[in-house]
Write a protein that binds this ligand. Structure first.
Ligand code: MLT
Length: 404
């Protein structure tokens, strides 16, 4: 027996597992500490009432012989796919067919699994800093090469996101095959304009590349002129796959529901990527539970949309409180306008992990070190707006009163 040795190249622990372990150690030795967790981007508001009602009803159907359902179709049921098409795409002038939408259990799984349909020989471009799943899953697949002393991977093409370019990556100077983009961005919280995305779509169409576009945070966009989908950009259907999630939009992190859009126009030679993904999912995935699909459908009702908006506004306000408070405390801050994430520079002379420790020690606030998202994140830090309003305010007060 031989293992997939690529796994041995990975850091032994996933970023958020490392943070959870450190916080547990701290809380075990400081049992009275009032810890405020603004590290992992996990929601805290209860599910929208519309989804709860829909789930109760669906549970009753599952408990009745005449309405009981077994395996759901692996790509999603028509009632939810139709709603997604209508509200997320048609309403924004985008023409997407229901068989271009694949319902799933999460954007994390889909962005991780999508690599299955691409050759290991592809050259991958990743932003730095970046959501670690895109990197780690390509390491597992053998597309990353070896880790360099800088912490970067030998086969990746890196797209630097720095304070100088406002954390918006420049086009690569060489030809790449797969490009991971995430807007509004995790971790920096920065959003891309239509002109910005057009540049990537043109590059991808010219070079035969595929953009893997993670739009998990689109619901947080507050500026009306910003694109919520890459398919708002002309030409995107021949070069992009989009990942969406109900996790942050509707508080489904514990419910699990997301979807991926692969246009039928997206081809590699004469092979349709839509067909490949359909084939992959049919074999490896058994669909989203009926109860969950009804919960997701309900967020598109009038009542559901109003409840979702309330929650998003709540988190957005938290992000603003964090951003304003950090600025008052003298930090330079990015994001937090079209995103639940505030990204800021740590005090001079400290690493991101130094600041993690000092922040926890002095304020009992947990955040995420920027270097956990890649070497270019060193010297930066992320706080999330997903906490409760009270705890967020309290965290900001503690930070303002602390001396770093
Ligand atoms: C994060 O904190 O970056 C998110 O929770 C990541 C995720 O959605 O998996």
């Amino acid at each position: 027996m031989k293992i997939n040795e690529n796994f041995l190249k990975l850091q032994s622990s996933y970023l958020f597992s490392t943070i959870a372990k450190k916080v547990k150690e701290y809380s075990d030795s400081n049992p009275n500490a009032q810890i405020i967790r603004l590290g992992i981007g996990d929601v805290t508001r209860p599910l929208p009432q519309a989804s709860i009602d829909a789930m109760h009803k669906a549970v009753d159907e599952m408990g009745n012989e005449s309405t009981f359902r077994g395996y759901p179709p692996e790509h999603g049921m028509d009632f939810i796919l139709e709603k997604i098409r209508e509200y997320d795409f048609t309403s924004r002038g985008i023409d997407i067919d229901v068989d271009e939408i694949f319902l799933s259990d999460g954007a994390k799984s889909d962005t991780g699994n999508i690599g299955d349909i691409f050759s290991v020989d592809n050259v991958v471009a990743v932003c730095d800093p970046i959501y670690p799943v895109y990197v780690d899953t390509n390491v597992m697949a053998g597309r990353a090469g070896d880790v360099l002393p800088s912490g970067r991977w030998s086969k990746f093409v890196y797209l630097n996101c720095t304070a100088e370019n406002d954390f918006l990556p420049e086009l690569p100077t060489e030809k790449v095959d797969l490009i991971y983009l995430c807007f509004p961005n995790n971790p920096t919280g920065m959003a891309a304009s239509k002109q910005e995305l057009k540049k990537w779509v043109d590059y991808a169409n010219k070079n035969g590349s595929v953009i893997l576009y993670d739009a998990a945070y689109e619901a947080f966009i507050s500026q009306d002129d910003l694109p919520r989908s890459i398919f708002e950009i002309e030409g995107a259907k021949t070069c992009a796959i989009e990942f969406r999630s109900f996790s942050k939009t509707a508080g489904f992190t514990g419910v699990r529901c997301a979807y991926t859009v692969i246009p039928k126009e997206l081809m590699c030679g004469d092979v349709s990527l839509n067909n490949l993904w359909a084939r992959r999912q049919a074999t490896k995935f058994n669909g989203v539970s009926y109860i969950t699909q009804r919960a997701a459908e309900a967020i598109y009702s009038e009542q559901g949309m109003a409840q979702v908006k309330q929650n998003i506004d709540y988190y957005r306000n938290n992000a603003k409180v964090i951003s304003d408070g950090l600025k008052d405390a003298g930090f330079t801050v990015w994001g937090a306008v079209n995103s639940p994430y505030a990204w800021f520079k740590v005090p001079d002379g400290m690493t991101s992990w130094d600041f993690f420790d000092v922040l926890l020690e002095k304020t009992q606030v947990v955040g995420t070190p920027g270097s956990g998202f890649g070497p270019a994140g060193e010297g930066f830090f992320r706080l999330t707006g997903f906490g409760s309003a009270e705890k967020t305010l309290e965290a900001v007060e503690r930070i303002k009163n602390a001396k770093f």
